[in-house]
Design a protein. Structure first.
Length: 237
């Protein structure tokens, strides 16, 4: 069966190699043009943004939730409770949440968490409002910190550090060469990730395409064989 499928689609392996090689070359050229400093700046901006978002969330989420968000969430839940004609009891909380016009991820597991807060004496709706507000505030502050810090760090690297290096000939050439190497490494990782995702989807695609994309139809790919040889555990079905 394998030889028959391979003969049905002899160019599939070549196509895979062309796509994977194009990704690697694209990242290599992009890295060489940008230089190591700019590429590292992008990575550092992302990591720094995540770190800043986490810190901002931990510092301000409770305060922001209590002062500004919890009252609004409370009004939404109270309106849902009144619409259903239910009392403010824990056993009614799930129905109230289902009726409330809030995103599903904000309401996930809220009744279980409210159950653990019974000792504070507040109503179920009040506790749920506080939990949802904290969750929403956490996301808002995390994204705010991520975006602002990432933009500032990228501005620092691209607007200050990188232009200084560009004006030093020898350093600039080394910077671009190292950028190309880093770009090629990222390209290899990106191609491997794409290959992994496609390989896992191939059985599904083959059922809808007359086995054009069957896993054994791309056995002629040289680059795919190298990925399989280097990472056998990851591509093991």
């Amino acid at each position: 069966m394998n030889s028959m499928v391979a003969s049905m689609n002899p160019n599939a392996g070549i196509l895979v190699d062309v796509v994977l090689l194009a990704i690697i070359v694209w990242k290599l050229v992009s890295g060489a043009r940008s230089g190591l400093v700019r590429m590292l700046g992008g990575l550092i901006s992302l990591v720094g943004g995540i770190w800043a978002g986490i810190i901002l969330k931990n510092l301000l989420a409770d305060t922001v939730a209590e002062l500004w968000i919890a009252p609004a969430i409370g009004r939404v839940l109270e309106r849902a409770k009144d619409n259903l004609g239910l009392s403010d009891l824990l056993e009614n909380l799930q129905r109230i949440l289902d009726n409330a016009e809030l995103p599903a991820f904000l309401k996930l597991n809220i009744p279980e968490q409210v159950l653990q807060m019974r000792e504070n004496g507040a109503s179920a709706v009040a506790n749920a409002s506080q939990l949802i507000a904290q969750r929403l505030a956490g996301w808002i502050l995390f994204l705010l910190g991520l975006i602002v810090a990432a933009l500032l760090l990228r501005l620092l690297f691209n607007g200050v550090i990188a232009p200084l290096i560009d004006h030093i000939p020898l350093v600039n050439e080394t910077n671009r060469a190292l950028g190309g190497i880093l770009g090629a490494i990222l390209g290899i990782l990106l191609a491997g990730l794409l290959l992994f995702l496609c390989y896992k989807l191939l059985p599904v695609l083959s059922e809808r395409s007359g086995r054009l994309f069957a896993p054994d139809s791309v056995e002629g790919s040289i680059l795919m064989k190298q990925y399989f040889r280097l990472l056998p555990g990851i591509f093991k079905s």
